[in-house]
Design a protein around this ligand. Structure first.
Ligand code: SF4
Length: 740
């Protein structure tokens, strides 16, 4: 921290949390207000980099739309009639209602749903839920890297290796698949560009001609939802071309012959026909991946949001990485386990406090094995591979959001009567938004609490809206990528740039204060910093010393001396080998080899819905839904756009700039047409929810019902991934209709 001599002006070292890239920043503070954010050149990873949304984080923090005080509903649900209350009063009433409901219906009647990472304490409510003995914490893992991580975990144990960045001078080939890092992971993109300068090849697999595709040596323009078929054809090309690493496979893998047989069903001509990629390009990619390594393959949310195919896509990529010997080689994929001597993942969240009986009641456990009966076997394999650390995969086994809506409205498999939503505009983000609106408006739901920065279409339906602290008002802590040790053996910390303003409170403070009212008096240290101290104590560290260290405290400095009697298996799978043929999937009655499936929603839709819809593309100016409140974002993108090829528009009678209807078998919304030849014919790409400024529109608050594309996406079980329940946000049948 520095000052220019005027005590009211200072510069604070911090870590940006406007997305999940963890860039070191210098926050300028004048008279207690944040006035500037710049890159920190001394940060060993980001080294001065800051993107436009990081620099504008204080615009969001200072937004006039922030909720500043606790609000209690006084009119009918959704009427927008509130009275101000105090945190003390609100928490007293909330705790009483929860206690009464749990007494009548069991602790599982309380659910907790949280959105994407929005601070170091994102998702900390899981800890409260475990201690409360409710299994129903609902995360977004199923549509945000969870399927890739699970695919890798099933294949060669934890993972996830896709966080590996290129090694300068070593990485010689990179594949970006369903990912636009220039917009969503700019630090990774910077490293990719550097590796390109040093001669590495770049293959991009994406339906759209993105900036990345234009920069690539080879661009495979695939159709949405066909990734597993394409991957199997690449595997076929590698094996039948004799390019696989036979020695590595022989020594480390099981199931090679079965994988080879499966891939034989996807010769290049079939892969090309399904995916739309030309056969020569497909074969050239297979050869380049296998022979121009070390190779890194980065799969993105384009794969993770593909519903029924999501985990199999992660599996297929993991198999491709494995048979080409691109694991544990400098420049290729590293097995980035959780930090060894820090309490991370489920251990930090007290996952062990949840009884097995209650775990079996987790919403979705009956349908999706990782949520239910399969979790313990996965957990056992991973803990053997990672120093006995427990509950590493707990973040991949949260409750299932579509089943939550069903539990509220239909009381199946039992009733959920109380719900706390944190940092998550659920009805804007979830598939089949109508189901969420019905659930959150239901009289069955006796308590809905929302803790957020802003009023939005979800908080509008709440009984209590509690004002959240922005990351600039919170301390930073990270045990590896993903904050609670998802990957990477390092820890990092920084103090809060400014104290919380108004009545804003952090996620940690909400759960601490609610926990202390509900029997968890001894479980919550006074501050988040003290809580994080308790996680790093086993490594001989504390929060303050970490703050003195600019940037991540890595490897040897973040761990105790290595144990010379280490007898861990090489790979954290049941066999201790890379499982190309997954023994866990087989034991769960699921195809143990990567398999290509089409979501059930296509069964009855082919003729009436001749196009394919993809949603949720990222723009550098924003991070998920908060972007819509940033002036620089909305100046550039005033309205939600549905983009398509000019020929597709011509056939549908649609003109550039017109407002049109986008329709799927699930629902219909209006967006503004934009024609572009960057997309292939018959593929339509639509934006998400858009209008936070229209809060007072009585007919359609927030413009939400008319424009939110998630009224068109799908959450029915036949389209969800059979392993973890991923819902379908990309690759749906659709049509576009010009308005009269
Ligand atoms: S990429 Fe941008 S928004 Fe993300 S952490 Fe870095 S500066 Fe912040």
């Amino acid at each position: 921290m520095s000052s220019d001599g005027d005590a009211s002006i200072r510069t604070q070292r911090a870590v940006c949390f406007s997305c999940a890239q963890q860039c070191g920043v210098l926050v300028g503070v004048e008279d207690g207000r944040v006035t500037s954010i710049a890159g920190d050149r001394d940060h060993p990873v980001s080294a001065g980099f800051v993107c436009s949304k990081g620099m504008a984080a204080h615009e969001l923090h200072n937004s006039s739309s922030r909720v500043h005080v606790p609000l209690k509903r006084v009119g009918p649900r959704g009427s927008g009639e509130w009275q101000e209350t105090t945190w003390d009063e609100a928490l007293k009433e909330i705790a009483t209602t929860i206690s009464d409901l749990a007494g009548s219906f069991g602790p599982e009647t309380l659910a907790y749903s949280y959105g994407t990472l929005h601070g170091s304490d994102s998702g900390i409510g899981e800890r409260f839920m475990h201690l409360f003995d409710s299994p129903n914490a609902v995360g977004q893992d199923k549509v945000c890297y969870g399927p890739n991580a699970l695919g890798e975990s099933l294949t060669y144990g934890f993972g996830p290796t896709f966080y590996t960045t290129p090694t300068p001078g070593k990485t010689r080939c990179m594949v970006i698949w369903g990912l636009r890092p220039s917009a969503s992971m700019p630090l990774l993109w910077r490293e990719i560009v550097r590796a390109r300068r040093e001669g590495a090849k770049l293959i991009v697999i994406d339906p759209e001609r993105t900036h990345e595709a234009e920069s690539a040596d080879l661009w495979l323009q695939s159709r949405p939802g066909t990734d597993v078929a394409l991957a199997l054809s690449l595997i076929h090309g590698v094996i039948e071309g004799g390019y696989h690493d036979a020695e590595f496979v022989e020594e480390h893998a099981v199931g090679f012959d079965e994988l080879r047989e499966r891939a034989r069903a996807y010769p290049p001509e079939r892969g090309a026909e399904i995916s739309g990629v030309s056969e020569p390009d497909l074969l050239a990619a297979a050869q380049m991946i296998a022979t121009h390594g070390p190779t890194l393959i980065h799969g993105g949310n384009g794969l993770c949001q593909s519903g029924v195919a999501a985990v199999q896509a992660g599996r297929a990529l993991a198999c491709l990485i494995a048979i080409t010997g691109n694991i544990g080689v400098e420049g290729a994929h590293a097995l980035l386990g959780p930090p060894r001597d820090v309490l991370a993942n489920g251990e930090a969240l007290e996952a062990g406090a949840l009884s097995n009986l209650q775990r079996e009641k987790r919403l979705g456990a009956d349908s999706f094995p990782v949520i239910g009966r399969g979790y313990n076997a996965l957990e056992e394999a991973m803990s053997r591979g990672w120093h006995g650390n427990r509950h590493i995969p707990s973040w991949l086994a949260t409750a299932h959001e579509p089943t939550l809506w069903q539990a509220i409205t239909q009381e199946r498999p039992y009733g959920v009567k109380a719900l706390i939503i944190q940092g998550h505009n659920a009805v804007g983000a979830c598939a089949n938004a109508a189901a969420a609106v019905e659930a959150l408006s239901s009289e069955n739901l006796e308590l809905l609490v929302v803790h957020d920065l802003f009023m939005n279409p979800t908080s509008r339906l709440a009984d209590y809206v509690l004002p959240a602290a922005h990351w600039l008002e919170k301390p930073f802590f990270s045990a590896g990528v993903g904050y609670l040790g998802i990957a990477g053996d390092y820890v990092e910390a920084a103090p809060a740039p400014i104290p919380a303003e108004y009545e804003h409170r952090s996620d940690y403070e909400l759960w601490r204060d609610l926990g202390r009212r509900l029997g968890q008096e001894d479980q919550w240290p006074d501050t988040a910093e003290e809580f994080w101290d308790s996680l790093v104590t086993p490594a001989g560290l504390n929060f303050d010393t970490l703050c003195d260290h600019a940037g991540p405290c890595t490897n040897e400095s973040a761990r105790l001396a290595s144990d010379s009697t280490d007898t861990r298996p090489a790979f954290a799978t049941p066999s201790g080998k890379i499982e190309l043929h997954s023994s866990l999937l087989e034991s769960w009655g699921i195809d143990p080899l990567p398999s290509y499936e089409v979501p059930a929603i296509f069964d009855a839709a082919t003729d009436a819905y001749p196009l394919v819809l993809t949603t949720g593309g990222r723009k550098i100016e924003g991070f998920h839904q908060n972007a819509q409140l940033m002036a620089r974002f909305r100046d550039k993108y005033p309205h939600p756009l549905v983009r398509m090829h000019p020929q597709t528009a011509l056939e549908a009678g649609v003109k550039d700039g017109e407002w049109i209807r986008v329709e799927t078998p699930v629902g219909a919304v209006r967006q503004q047409a934009q024609l572009t030849d960057a997309l292939p014919e018959r593929v339509v790409q639509a934006d998400r929810w858009w209008y936070p400024e229209r809060a007072d529109d009585a007919a359609d608050p927030f413009g939400f019902a008319s424009t939110n594309i998630n009224f068109c996406t799908e959450n029915a079980e036949g389209s969800c991934d059979p392993v973890m329940g991923t819902w379908l946000l990309r690759g749906l049948p659709c049509r576009v209709v010009a308005e009269a």
